[in-house]
Ligand binder design. Sequence first.
Ligand code: NFS
Length: 644
Amino acid sequence: LADPLNASIDPATQQMIKRAQELGVETVFDRAETMKPCNIGIQGTCCKNCAMGPCRLPLPKSGIEGEDTRKGLCGATANTIAARNFARMVAGGASAHSDHGRGVAEVFLSVARKETEDYHIKDYHKLLAIAPHFDVATTVTVDGETQDRDMDEIALEVAEKAMNEWGKPDSECLYIKRAPEATYNRWKELGVLPRNVDREIVEIMHRTHMGVDQDYKNLIKQSTRAALADGWVGSMIATDLQDVMFGTPSPVQSEVNLGIMKADHVNLVVHGHEPILSEMIVAACQSKEMMDYAAEKGAKGIQLGGICCTANELAQRHGVPIVGTFLQQELAIITGACDAMVVDVQCIFQNLANVAKCFHTKLITTHPIARMEQNNVIHIEFDEHHAMEDAKRIVRMAIDNFENRKAEVMIPTQKETQVVGFGVESIEYHLGGSFRGSYYTLNDNIINGRIRGIAGVVGCNNARTKHNNDHITVIKELIKNDVIVLTTGCSAIAAGMAGLLSPECAAVHCGPGLAEVCETVGIPPVLHLGSCVDNSRILLAATEVVKAGGLGKEIKDLPVAGSAPEWMSEKAISIGHYFVTSGVYTVFGVTMPVDGAPVFRDHLYNELEGLYGGMWDCEPDPVKHAQKMIAHIDKKRQELGIDK
Ligand code: NFS
């Protein structure tokens, strides 16, 4: 069994792991003790893409002397195998984000066509802001006079153009032009502009099929195309259209950690990724009908809480509290107070069903592409055409289950207050000048050295490393050294749990320059930018910094660095790769499946810098990890001549 104190730095998590062990309920933390990873797979050199294999090419303990003669049955080298595996991770990750984006675009199309009554356009301002990026005009000229164009027309055209980004037959994705011009030209020259999202992902699957692409550099080139199609297109459209339909986030206070659950309330936990589902659940929970029904059943109210990126989506737009990170999903049920857990897609443990069996919790799947085989799981397929009806059915199920609690309820008391919901727009507002919002003031603070640089710290938890420890150590080391941190995903949740998303923490944890900026402006030193598709917000924030001037022509010129200290998912690899190829030095923690192919690893860790200005790195020690990022930031400051 896992030692709770070694498994997490968070007392609430430790307490619930212990509780699970007392009750004889197994969790991911225990399984991480009993099952160790495969020594060859972890090196990235196991090829199982055909039935002559799996061919396993571990690196000899003594390293390679002379020529590397390792090969699979077909002759595939370690470089080819590791690059294929890497490319397939990018394909997996890009498809998850982009399919999410496609789902949002489809709902937006039904809104634009007026085929649904449950979803609406909430932020017309954002719609007008994104329309030009789809080459959609926002004005018309009538009799030589410029007039505003009809909103319904704009919406419909944006929806159709957006859908096209996934499958148009010719030319390139429109959204890719949102990058700094010099970077766009660089990509064009290197031949990595994505044509359409689906094609780039399909092409990875083709190229990594047995006997196709056998040049690791060429495989990485295609990975770049697909990753750029993720970050600058699929994910970015997801973010933008979600903002249009559900509102662009602005800073809002909320709470985080298991302690937000309430013993005397119906606790409904939403877990997964797509706000299409969770937005409706929020609306249903707030309806008088549901609140009255909960009271009728003896509950003091309905406590909604989120896990994983769904949590980030709801927190940034509604201040809905966050129950926890990826690694706390089983623990939410183990409180004995989770009356229903509703899931859609991505990052959902199949073991939730086994844990739910030990309690009264109703586990509800909602997405046609993500079901579970266990027979205690209820499937309520969510459909945008009767979304509210479905949402109410789910909420009612949770309320009906309130009286069925069996095990003794044990909810940890820990919770933190946090400010979430920064975005490209609100950073401009908060860090901008007092007369007009712009990135100029942020740039000025970078140039004068109060802010040493900007770091994006993002990504998952990984049961192979102490829960939240690396996120928090990396972030604290960065802000101590005056590096402002932008965070998303489970890393953002970890930061919130550790109290780092509150403006007050600046005085405690920051270096003097960053502390001064945060205190003057009243912002936390760690800015919550949302879910993992919202990493697109980080790309655009960096682009705004470039545009504001004084710090070079491309993201690669900026004093910035990226990090995923506890990554585990394929999505993280796709994100890492679009950060790298957008010009960001990006460090991953835990381990990278490239060590069995040192030549290929060198391509990722060194050669890519010459092409894109950004490169990969891996550093499991969180302090060294942050210091490597700071060293890169300093190198960029020096190149810019703002070194002090
Ligand atoms: Ni990102 Fe979000 Fe969390 Fe990792 Fe999973 S929830 S999309 S993949 S685990 S950060």
